[in-house]
Design a protein. Structure first.
Length: 550
């Protein structure tokens, strides 16, 4: 009888790697990773100075143009006149303009009068007067030509500003409370910790090739204005109830975009002098264990979602930090507090700060110069940017407040804005962004004007965030009314610009237990033209139905 050879046990199927360096997957698994391996993004600076600025746009290596330029805050802007319907169907190069957006990073949102003057000069001289305050406290300029970049850097760097790692798979701007060191309610002035991280690690090749962008926040703000819940890494100030010691509660893995997740508390208490090394440990875990196979799964939030907070903390402490952090308390819940610092308020030193509201962050070079002049005339010259696309002039003696408020008002920068102006934000949109499907800034401004006209007595601080595509640069999922740009079908069956509506998002601060993302109401869409009517209806209904104190 013939003997059958027993079948060989199947070799265990090798688990497909996600491109984690720490597990040995060093070979690039996609084009972006290949570009980063071929040459560090930071090296593009010298080529810009030596070659591209001298020989012009056409001399730029495509891998630099669509990749490494971002390491210095440069993105090609959208070619003018291409509508949102073409965003997904054209090749990236067909969307590219020969001009750039340039993002100036403002760590902690802190600017001197001189720095503001330099940004204003650059805007007027090289950026056709454009300037937008972003919701991560940066200032973005448009219409930049490659030939101008070295001169722009020279001017910025002469006053201590930079565009290094303002974009790209890098540690982006470190957010901080604009009132750090000034607000009586703050738990701690985080300025030294922000400076330590920025000085030690921004532009450091150790952290210039991360799997994806890495957004940081370090804040002692009592109103938790930099939103620790939605940063990749965040240090939120806490006071230990037993010892009274003030330090930071460590959060990792927040992010919105197309797959929103709230950050997770690691439950660790970080002393102020440990912040920079703990930041580096978290960034190190991300660099080495982060997923590099698929761009849309590369943010640190996916690693945290798979590992959980406990494992992440263990790996971070044991493999990177070399010591264990003690457990600590969660930040106090700030639900209901306004987290934007608009208005006139007293500082700890008896002076005042004056927060005002450009519409959806849009300013311009001349306006920035005027703001700088007012800050010097009525204060000490120091200015701050906020996480809500607003600005603050600080150090104003009480006798100057009235005049400063009047002058800001005359410039169209109200200190007591309507709730709509105060709580509406918009991303860049189709005007300049290559990913955009719809126009945003202009639409949001029109919406503010319409709502002010139609609902003059409306006082609830309802947030309205307007995005040009699903990427959520303007945080649609955490707004009361989140508007996500998309093409929609109008009454005549035509595809037109419009918005998918998300309702009821909120960030409550604290341990985030009350936070939640807005609900995408099935089929709820409005054309851009219908938008004011739609939002008015929602607000009227809300106002009629809300409970006292809601
Ligand atoms: Fe561009 Fe979309 Fe971000 Fe708006 S949300 S700036 S359209 S990528």
């Amino acid at each position: 009888m013939a003997r059958t050879t027993p079948a060989k046990p199947a070799a265990p199927r090798r688990k497909r790697g996600e491109g984690q360096w720490a597990l040995g997957y060093r070979e690039p698994l996609n084009k972006n990773e290949e570009n980063k391996k071929n040459d560090d993004g930071l090296n593009v600076r010298q080529r810009i100075i030596d070659i591209y600025a001298k020989h012009g746009f056409d001399s730029i290596d495509p891998a630099d143009l669509r990749g490494r330029m971002r390491w210095y805050g440069l993105y090609t802007q959208r070619r003018q006149g291409i509508d949102g319907g073409k965003t997904a169907v054209l090749e990236p190069e067909e969307l590219d303009d020969r001009y750039f957006m340039l993002r100036v990073r403002i760590d902690g949102g802190q600017l001197s009068a001189e720095q503001l003057r330099v940004i204003s000069d650059i805007s007027v001289k090289y950026a056709r007067g454009t300037a937008d305050i972003t919701d991560r406290q940066n200032i973005q300029l448009h219409w930049i030509e490659i030939e101008s970049v070295p001169a722009i850097w020279e001017a910025l760097e002469a006053v201590g500003l930079s565009t290094t790692e303002a974009c790209g798979d890098t540690p982006r701007v470190v957010m901080g409370c604009p009132l750090a060191g000034l607000d009586g309610d703050e738990l701690i002035d985080a300025t030294p910790e922000i400076a330590a991280v920025a000085e030690r690690y921004i532009g450091d090749p150790e952290f210039s090739n991360l799997p994806r962008k890495f957004k940081s926040s370090i804040s002692g703000c009592a109103a938790q204005c930099t939103h620790h819940e939605i940063n990749d890494v965040a240090f939120a100030a806490v006071r230990d109830p037993e010892t009274g010691e003030v330090g930071y509660d460590l959060w990792v893995g927040g992010g919105l975009s197309t797959n929103p997740m709230l950050a997770k508390r690691l439950g660790a208490f970080v002393r102020p002098d440990q912040v920079a090394e703990v930041w580096a440990a978290v960034a190190g875990v991300f660099r080495d264990y982060g997923y590099r196979r698929l761009r849309h799964r590369a943010r640190i939030k996916f690693l945290i979602a798979d590992w959980g907070a406990e494992k992440f903390r263990e790996v971070m402490e044991q493999e990177y930090l070399g010591y264990s952090l003690p457990d600590g308390p969660a930040p106090v819940n700030v639900d209901g507090a306004l987290r934007d610092h608009v208005g006139v308020h007293q500082q700890t030193d008896g002076l005042f700060y004056v927060g005002f509201a450009p519409r959806v962050g849009r300013v311009n070079g001349e306006l920035l110069a005027a703001i700088g002049t007012l800050a010097s005339r009525y204060g000490s010259g120091r200015v701050r940017t906020t996480a809500e696309q607003k600005m603050v002039i600080i150090d104003v003696p009480s006798e100057n407040v009235h005049e400063l408020v009047a002058e800001l008002d005359a410039l169209g920068l109200p200190v007591k804005p309507s709730v709509f102006r105060r709580h509406t934000m918009a991303c860049t949109g189709i005007e300049f962004c290559k990913l955009a499907i719809v126009e945003t800034k202009g639409r949001a401004m029109q919406l503010i004007d319409e709502l002010e006209r139609r609902l003059p007595g409306f006082e609830s601080p309802v947030t309205i965030n307007v995005n040009g595509c699903p990427n959520s640069c303007a945080r649609i999922q955490v707004a009361d009314i989140g508007l996500k740009g998309s093409l929609v079908t109008d009454a005549d069956g035509k595809q037109v610009e419009g918005f998918q509506i998300h309702l009821g998002g909120t960030l409550t601060g604290g341990d985030a237990s009350g936070s939640g993302f807005g609900r995408k109401v099935r089929g709820l869409k409005a054309t851009a033209e219908e938008l004011p009517d739609y939002v008015e209806r929602v607000l009227r209904r809300y106002d009629a139905a809300r409970e006292v104190g809601e």
